[in-house]
Design a protein. Structure first.
Length: 462
């Protein structure tokens, strides 16, 4: 352990270790070496160009821009210093003086909007504590928050950029060590409620079509000191309050829950799509919530992303996507940019079949590697993710158009389309009627699942 210092896990909201702490500069351009990123086609070798994402190209009846509804994460782009459990942040942010002040918070806004403009991303997402710091009191915190929201509103109006969803950071501050709505302290619950009220106000004001709950610390470290039933009841009460408040102020945006099984908690109550749906049903919340599914969280839950998407879709509850990927060799939320075409194809296949997003989008909840510390790396990272999804979209559209997989799967279940199968599906069969039927037929003959043949076919499209 020599030479290794104690560390705090870098928080995705509001805690930055800056490698370079130059004082705020009044610059008109924060990324002077980066041009506006445009589509140049697959033949281009310009690293500052899209090679596949052509925003205005129409695929399967819609422009790529409208299919994707790409979002950038304020926390990763503006607040993630790229620290890790073993070392400080490395990210160069010459516009940021490292201070937790309103002035510094306001100074980040133009940087972020220049980034959105140059990368040609239409949407963004933020936690309250990404955009503004904790104050000396809760009211001071809210006051600074709404000042930065004013600034964001001005920049949105001047640029046409839009909020995809807002959220509150109920996991970074030490007061949330035991959770927020699941904290054993009712006062902490109240603080969390106050933050959420203000974050919903801000999301409403900024026209955000969605609001996300990621229960960062809504879980437990150990059951030895935990009343799980009370905690889950409290979580549900908290979400019901949010639903009631939205109704009261006329906020009609979509609420999302973002499943994640663990990290930072040992077990999080929103552990995967199925657990979230069960919780929402049990507490009468399913009409008010959809899911925001994140690829790396699916991996941590021991599922594929497509599994998580299908579970949500089958319940009519797929709302939005946090686009990233994990590292199969590491067991934590590495939040890497999505570069795996197989993965993006599988996501886009589901999205196309669902008929696309309504309120949601593909939010890059992703960060650069600690070694990619220069501002221009932000661009390379997002370009790669956008191109990977563009390729996934084109491949998925072709697969659906050809219909080969759909036909195979349809045929695989065709015994349910008529005869005894249709009676089973319509509910008119019983154990007794099936007993009589089974005794009369020859033993069932099975057809091959052809998994390998289909995997070969999928590879032919890539
Ligand atoms: C953390 C989550 C978080 C949410 C928003 O793992 O992905 O970033 O997306 O609170
Ligand atoms: Ni996320
Ligand atoms: Ni995550």
């Amino acid at each position: 352990m020599d030479g290794r210092k104690d560390f705090l896990l870098p928080s995705p909201c509001g805690r930055v270790n800056l490698a370079s702490n130059n004082h705020n500069q009044t610059m008109s351009e924060y990324f002077p070496n980066v041009p506006k990123i445009k589509y140049e086609g697959a033949g281009s070798d310009n690293p500052f160009a899209f090679h596949h994402y052509n925003p205005d190209e129409v695929i399967a009846g819609k422009t790529m821009r409208d299919h994707m509804r790409f979002g950038a994460a304020y926390w990763h782009c503006m607040r993630n210093g790229l620290g890790d459990p073993f070392g400080d942040g490395t990210a160069q942010m010459p516009w940021d003086n490292g201070e937790e002040t309103l002035e510094n918070a306001l100074a980040r806004v133009p940087v972020f909007f220049e980034f959105l403009d140059k990368i040609d991303i239409d949407y963004y997402c933020f936690h309250d504590r990404d955009i503004s710091p904790e104050g000396e009191s809760l009211s001071h915190t809210h006051e600074m928050f709404h000042k930065v929201v004013d600034e964001l509103e001005t920049y949105q109006n001047n640029s046409g950029k839009k909020l995809l969803w807002g959220t509150a950071c109920l996991f970074g501050h030490p007061r949330y060590a035991h959770g927020a709505s699941t904290s054993p302290s009712a006062d902490v619950f109240a603080y969390g409620a106050s933050q959420v009220k203000n974050a919903i106000d801000a999301t409403h004001r900024l026209g955000g079509p969605g609001y996300t709950f990621w229960g960062g610390r809504e879980g437990y470290g150990s059951l030895i000191n935990t009343n799980m039933k009370r905690e889950v009841d409290h979580l549900a009460a908290f979400l019901h309050m949010a639903v009631d408040y939205a109704k009261k102020i006329g906020y009609t945006g979509q609420f999302y829950i973002e499943p994640k099984p663990r990290e930072p908690s040992t077990h999080q109550y929103d552990s995967d799509s199925a657990a979230c749906l069960n919780f929402l049903r049990e507490y009468g919340l399913l009409d008010h919530f959809k899911l925001n599914i994140e690829t790396n969280h699916a991996t941590l839950a021991g599922h594929t992303m497509e599994h998580e998407l299908e579970v949500a879709m089958n319940a009519g509850a797929l709302g939005s996507i946090d686009a990233n990927r994990g590292d199969e060799l590491l067991g934590w939320d590495t939040d890497q940019f999505p570069t795996n075409i197989y993965g993006t194809t599988n996501v886009m296949l589901r999205l196309l079949k669902m008929g696309g997003f309504t309120t949601g989008g593909l939010n890059f909840d992703a960060k650069r590697r600690r070694e990619s510390h220069e501002p221009e790396d932000l661009f390379h990272a997002h370009i790669g993710g956008m191109d990977a999804f563009a390729r996934g979209l084109k491949i998925a559209a072709k697969i659906i158009e050809d219909g080969k997989f759909d036909e195979f799967v349809k045929n695989r279940y065709s015994s349910y389309d008529s005869g005894v199968g249709s009676k089973i599906e319509s509910g008119s069969a019983s154990l007794e009627s099936l007993d009589r039927y089974a005794l009369e037929i020859a033993p069932p003959q099975l057809a091959s699942g052809r998994q390998e043949r289909l995997e070969n076919l999928l590879n032919d499209y890539l």
